[in-house]
Structure formats: structure tokens, C-alpha cells
Write a protein that binds this ligand. Sequence first.
Ligand SMILES: O=C[C@H](O)[C@H](O)[C@H](O)COP(=O)(O)O
Length: 222
Amino acid sequence: MYENEKRISAMEALKHVHSNMKLGLGTGSTTKYFLDGLGELVKSGKITDITGVPTSLRTADLAKSYGIKIENNLEGIEIDFDGADEFDGSGNLIKGGGGALVREKIVAYNSKEVYIMADHSKFSEKLHSFPLPVEVLPFMEDVTKKNIEKTGCKATFRDGKKFKSDNGNYILDCRFDFTDVVLETEIKMIPGVVEVGIFSGITTKVFIGENEKCRVMDFQKS
Ligand SMILES: O=C[C@H](O)[C@H](O)[C@H](O)COP(=O)(O)O
């Protein structure tokens, strides 16, 4: 869905990459357009000396296949490029639809700039349309689920517990009427919760594909 808009947003974001940069490399289908484009530039030698910090095993594999140097070292990341499942007018995000939220949040938090690429359908005035992904430890996970539900949602294990993250944990998809960003800390306080897919105060730009064009929203990292 909206593949062309995803590609347009990724190509616009890619214009901010030049030789000799250290980048955060996100996960998902929109980021894949970015990585494909970056890979072409690297392979053709138009851009050189790119180091990437990947947010998932699949992103690491893809980047390596393009000859992009991979490093698991957070120091000096200039821009993190990633997608989102939903975003609002303040740059708050819901992430984790692909199960990569833990590593994505670590990389985003430690990057100077965070550029999000998305098609227009991911925008909501108030975050509500995408169920909030929460990563939980595979230990007493049914109790963790019940405690999360006390915050006002209906939670479901992704693929009935068949899905495990790169970190070996379960993902709960939590359906709220409205995902208030204050839930990030409330849910994170629950024992057994590893990370919450609310990214607040972390985005610096959102590239939004709208038909054949790209609109850019700017924010300050808090
Ligand atoms: O865990 C996955 C990530 O948060 C993705 O960035 C997010 O799900 C968006 O993915 P896509 O670009 O495929 O819609």
C-alpha cells in the first residue's frame, strides 16, 4: 500500500546523506527503499565511507549486501533514518510493527538527528489507529500482559506468541482508543516490559510522501 509514497519519502530523505557519514539504519519496508537507494549510491562510488548502525538483523544483512560498513557502536551517529507505523503533528511516533522497536529506540535516542520516512496514511491527529507494540520478556509474560491491560487496553501476543523479536522476546500489540504519549513511562514501569513503541520527543524531521510529492515536518529533539 502506498509504495510510491514510501519510495518518494525515502528518496527525499536520502538527499541528506553525503560521503563520510555515520548513520542509524532503521527497519521496515519504507527504510528498505532508503537502503536500496543508499546501496546504489555506495555501489556506484557516488557516496563513500558510510558506516551504518543497524536496528535489526535483517537491516544489517541488507546493508552488508550493499557494501555498507556495519558497526554496533552508537557514538557519533549523525542521522538515524527510520520508518514509523503512525505519527502525529508533534512528531510523536508509534513504532514496532516489524518488531524492531527496542533496537530502533536505542539507536534513535543516541542519534543527533532522527529522520522518519512515511506515506501520508501514517498521519493521525491523535495516535489511535495502530495498536501499540510492547516488547516483553518471555518470563511470566501472561502476568505482564494482564498488568499492561490495566492501563486501559486490550493486548494480544503477536502471532499467538509465535513471533519473537531479534532479542528473543514477545511482542504484545496493545489496542487503546487513544495512545497518549504518557503511557510510555506508565507501561515501561511494569516489570517484564522491555520497551514500549511510543517514540516521543525524538524525531527531528518527518518526510511524508503525498501523491507524487514529499512534505517535510521539522521538530526539535527534546
Ligand atoms: O519494527 C519496525 C519498525 O518500527 C518500522 O519502522 C515500522 O513498523 C514501519 O514499517 P514500514 O515502513 O514497513 O511501514
